[in-house]
Design a protein around this ligand. Structure first.
Ligand SMILES: Cc1ncc(COP(=O)(O)O)c(C=O)c1O
Length: 460
């Protein structure tokens, strides 16, 4: 194990981290007696920590972000060249990479035409919500302002993004929430609300219609959905679901906003998750994989029809989108995004995701055959997970400590995997995987073998 830092540097960094950094999603008490994990280098699918330990990263930067893998010099160089030339000017003006990237992106998204830049997934979603609210004021006299969201979906960390999030524990203690957000039931077939039925997808979508009718169609302006629910337990949509959702949106003139923050830019084997299901959204938001974490960037992409609603009446002083994101004017984001997209194209990564993703599901289903505790394996492309249950008949979820123990054991083996992280009262029972789009079958074997070995120890 070669050390990445000298013993003195390690000690300085550990002290500085422990004394002054407040980590995300972390209970810090344990860090008073244990060293924090500090990641110092990455290359391809692998990262090295301060002590020189190598880890195979099966979750692309812990939260499904580094789609093209670590150490891409070409992205770093393009960002450097751009920054020394022109680092920032507010998006009230144009800049070269933002214009070029918008065009490249729109080529991948037939039916959509406008890109609004900001810098996080939560913020991209907030922009979409503001668009809905302003359309409601300008076109519907303040009606059609409600936004539907789905149980188990996550849309971000700000108070309004949390207001549209269907995860009880994730939201707990952060209320009161923004009014005008209404939950619709989840679409996880394994947890069917209707028992064992053959038309689950259509029924789950019709639940959305039921909520619309209860609320009053003239009060509902939009619905926000993940194409495949990510942090809520890797929930792939059941057959017939998306087609029915689209019909319902058309019937009640409800804007369809798809949150591609996780699935976007290749994770599922197509540029966007929704493109598997033949749906046509009115708005799409994206962030994580757009520039694979080489720079902060998010996009809210809309149809020309949505965009036009903000320029129809120039005589009205208030009618345009009076919104700004300061860092939406950073050029590092779009220039990194351009290289990111070129890498995905030149290295045929969508194809790789499809082929290696099928292998990943095959291997996970192999684990299911071996371990009774695995109740359901789900996924699409290099995005997969499995739910663990105490009993396959009752489907009672295992305690979250089981998922924590499996992830902890894998970490000791040098493989970083994901899990549902205190999002639900009951369903913190899913292991999640989202390796970089460059993953090989050998990488998948190493990841799944580590899980297998962890499970053999954790499950007695
Ligand atoms: C589906 C989805 N939407 C939105 C977000 C929020 O993105 P960010 O953390 O960049 O604000 C996330 C983050 O995990 C996400 O998974």
């Amino acid at each position: 194990m070669s050390r990445e830092l000298s013993p003195e540097e390690i000690s300085e960094v550990m002290t500085a981290d422990r004394t002054n950094v407040w980590h995300h999603l972390s209970q810090h008490k344990g860090l008073e007696t244990n060293d924090p994990q500090v990641i110092v280098r990455g290359e391809g699918m692998r990262v090295w920590d301060a002590n020189g330990k190598e880890h195979l990263d099966a979750v692309s930067g812990a939260v499904w972000t580094v789609n093209v893998g670590y150490g891409r010099e070409r992205i770093a160089k393009a960002v450097y060249d751009q920054l020394v030339k022109m680092n920032y000017f507010a998006q009230t003006a144009g800049n070269v990479p933002a214009a070029k990237y918008a065009q490249m992106l729109i080529e991948k998204m037939p039916g959509l035409s406008r890109v609004y830049y900001s810098n996080s997934g939560s913020e991209a979603n907030e922009k979409a919500y503001k668009i809905v609210r302003q359309i409601s004021h300008n076109k519907h006299g303040g009606k059609k302002h409600k936004i539907l969201y789905r149980e188990r979906d996550y849309h971000g960390t700000t108070i309004t993004a949390l207001s549209s999030t269907g995860q009880f524990e994730r939201k707990a203690q952060y209320g009161p929430f923004t009014p005008g957000f209404v939950e619709v039931p989840h679409c996880c077939e394994y947890r069917s609300q209707f028992g064992d039925v053959t038309d689950y997808g259509v029924r789950a979508a019709k639940e959305i219609e039921r909520v619309i009718l209860e609320e009053g169609p003239d009060t509902v302006g939009a619905i926000v959905l993940e194409p495949i629910t990510a942090g809520g337990g890797v929930i792939t949509p059941p057959e017939g679901y998306w087609e029915t959702v689209q019909e319902i949106c058309k019937k009640y003139e409800i804007l369809l906003h798809i949150d591609e923050v996780v699935c976007g830019l290749g994770r599922t084997g197509k540029w966007f998750g929704y493109q598997h299901y033949g749906v046509q959204p009115d708005m799409v938001t994206m962030a994580k994989g757009v520039a694979s974490g080489y720079a902060a960037i998010s996009c809210t992409v809309t149809t020309e029809e949505v965009f036009n609603a903000f320029k129809e009446d120039p005589s009205d002083r208030m009618s345009y989108f009076r919104d700004i994101s300061t860092f939406g004017g950073c050029t590092a984001g779009p220039v990194a995004a351009i290289e990111n997209m070129k890498i995905i194209e030149e290295e045929n990564l969508l194809e790789n995701v499809t082929v290696v993703g099928e292998y990943l599901l095959e291997r996970l289903n192999g684990l299911k055959d071996k371990y009774e505790i695995i109740g359901d394996v789900r996924g699409k492309g290099l995005f997969a997970g499995f739910e663990m249950v105490k009993d396959r008949v009752t489907k009672e979820p295992v305690d979250e400590s089981v998922a924590i123990a499996i992830a902890g054991d894998c970490m000791k083996q040098g493989v970083i995997i994901g899990r549902t992280n205190r999002s639900f009262e009951k369903y913190n029972n899913t292991i999640a995987l989202s390796p970089a789009l460059i993953a090989t079958k050998d990488d998948i074997d190493q990841i799944v073998d580590a899980i297998d070995s962890a499970m053999s120890r954790v499950i007695q």
